[in-house]
Design a protein. Structure first.
Length: 263
């Protein structure tokens, strides 16, 4: 049996891809990296080979995610420098402790942690409301929070302002796919965009009223309507792949009735 050929990635192609994704010219990148535009051109065409320090500098200026910085280093002939561990790894104790504290401290309101693909990593008990009555197949690991949010048999069928929320989430997902270079997000976007909701006009545009501050999620929950908005937090100085991709989404009551229902 013959050996399986492994296709190597060219550093220049990857660099050009990230530069174009960030809509940065060779000249602008050269100025930020304190090199000549000619050198950037030579790196992209393969006529010059970067040092490890130059790879790190360019990746920093282009805000390349840590996972892809490792790919750039490997393509340039260097070993990856950013470790990747499971959330449950012993070395991640301080991270888990921080996440558990935030989740518990946000009760009685829902809070959850997701990874780069919007798969559920952890949640507090209040977040169980989002999974009530959801088909078992949608709760198989990994549970995808975006899929739960828009699937017609999950939250998508309970959102009273589905058109507005759907437009916002799909826009966010598309931008994340473009900025991160993560093909999983592009596939997820296309899947969610294909969902159909009989009798729902998805072309309704949300025009904020004079008293509006945030676009709430208006969710039918039993005989109540819960109105909530969310905040998203990330770790400030990650140098590990998994930590850099974690996000904590916390849900807050948008009116007194919703706050009272959770209390």
């Amino acid at each position: 049996m013959g050996a399986v050929a492994v296709q190597e990635e060219a550093f220049g192609d990857l660099l050009r891809s990230w530069r174009q994704r960030r809509r940065v010219s060779q000249l602008d990148l050269a100025i930020e990296a304190d090199v000549s535009a000619r050198h950037i051109s030579f790196l992209e065409t393969g006529r010059a080979r970067p040092s490890r320090e130059m790879v790190m500098k360019l990746a920093e200026e282009l805000e390349v995610p840590l996972r892809h910085r490792n790919r750039l280093l490997i393509a340039a002939g260097f070993a990856p420098v950013f470790a990747e561990r499971a959330v449950r790894a012993p070395e991640m104790h301080v991270v888990r402790q921080a996440l558990d504290t935030i989740l518990a401290g946000h009760e009685p309101y829902p809070a959850l942690v997701v990874d780069a693909a919007w798969n559920l990593v952890a949640a507090n008990p209040a977040a169980g409301m989002f999974m009530a009555g959801v088909p078992a197949e949608l709760l198989e690991e990994p549970v995808n929070v975006m899929r739960l949010s828009l699937h017609p048999e999950a939250m998508g069928g309970r959102l009273l302002n589905l058109a507005e929320v759907r437009a916002h989430l799909l826009h966010r997902l598309r931008r994340q796919a473009e900025m991160s270079g993560d093909g999983r997000l592009a596939e997820l976007h296309d899947e969610l965009a294909a969902y159909r909701y009989p009798g729902v006009d998805l072309n309704v545009a949300h025009v904020p009223g004079p008293g509006d501050i945030l676009l709430p999620l208006r969710i039918r929950h039993g005989d109540r309507v819960l109105s909530m908005f969310t905040t998203i937090a990330t770790f400030g100085t990650p140098v590990e792949v998994t930590v850099s991709e974690l996000a904590i989404e916390t849900f807050w009551p948008a009116d007194d009735e919703t706050a009272a229902a959770f209390r």
